[in-house]
Write a protein that binds this ligand. Sequence first.
Ligand code: PNW
Length: 464
Amino acid sequence: MKQFPDNFVWGSATAAHQIEGGWNQGGRGPSIWDAFTHTPGKTNLGQTADVTCDHYNKMEEDVAMMKAMGLKAYRFSFSWSRLLPLGRGAVNEEGVAFYNRLINTLLANDITPWVTLYHWDLPLALQMEKDGLLNPEVADFFARYAEVCFERFGDRVKNWITLNEAWCSAVLGHGIGYFAPGRVSTSEPYIVAHNLLRSHGKIVDVYRRKFQAEQKGEIGITNNCDWREPKTDSAADKAAAQRSMEFFMGWFADPIYLGSYPEVMHQRVGDRMPRFSDADLALVKGSSDFCGLNHYTGMYAAEPKEGEDITIGAPAGNGGMAEDQLVELSEDPTWEKTGMNWNILPWGCRNMLNWINERYEHPPIYITENGYAASDEDDLSVAINDERRIGLVDGYLGACHQAINEDGVDLRGYFLWSLMDNFEWAMGYSMRFGIHHVDFETGKRTPKKSAGWYAGVIERNGLL
Ligand code: PNW
């Protein structure tokens, strides 16, 4: 058996907009994702998350489902506009009451809450009145919202994640317009990324100055990154892969761990690349107690040949930033893929963990998302035999085990995405990531084979 370290955190993850529904219930204000999904043409078949899993009304049942599989930790996000309907100003006590019930129910069942403060659902009022993430002032709105959360929930929540995947807000939300707020630009991604990093810094500063000593929790950021494997051994291809990693993970993690953006980004992005003021940098540098990683897939990276089209791959791949990076991405046709067409590469996960371990000098890491999407699991009888999902998770956890035991990576936990099928953003209900099947007509949840398999891993604290 491949044994994991004592106290390894075994979890599963979701996000508010993807599971809650109740979009206009209990005093919740609208978010940019409500506006986006209600705009014709933005999502698969015009699907919205108005109801989705209806977790807002089925919370107790969902916690019972976690308990039944022996889950130790549950990562979920707060809907900012459920707590502060206009993004700032008055607190919605009904929203507070909902998350209090959720947190208390989890704790009563010995499940540790891991809360993400921001998983992309910016209050719509902040977009309309304040230009959303483009406005430097958004960092102050983030800090105030976070303070409310620490005040109200920090006595019981000890694991905080500030932002989920700022890369997606920047590149998919403001570069190619694939995600809310649907903007298309070659400069806004860099502004948004900068404001999100500043926001993260301010949130952590509030926690450390006002709450951490008493509440004794940890706070960090979760970034997403795919692995980039040099296509050949040539120095040029190795440099291209490294450049691609710096544009992906380095963009968000270098400022936090090393105190500046990767130099190659300043060189290549030029005037569009912001620089930190000393005051901002003081808040950003050293602002993460752990490194949260969402990791699913990878590609080959190479130095582009003259005249070659390098725009392949958006929204995955470079996400439309191919010219800035000047990296050619490609895939091996023999690689197995998920329903999202994401390559299944366990060895890429191991390399990814080692890249972080080396560049940032051995930080504690949590994989806050990893999982398998299927496009053919609508039918329950198919869904419950999800051997391919088990195969992916088994493979990636095996790679994690090697990273811990053979490479000395300080990996402390793993959160399987996702607890249940849910609203997969622009792809709507066409992709199922759950280890529980959800019938979106009736709301019924059913464990897939993977839920039972993962329960065994958790119980043994290891892989067979
Ligand atoms: C992550 N892409 O998102 C998110 O954190 C989850 O909310 C999401 O459900 C999960 O991964 C699975 O997709 C991403 O197209 C979604 O490049 C799409 C992309 C990247 C990340």
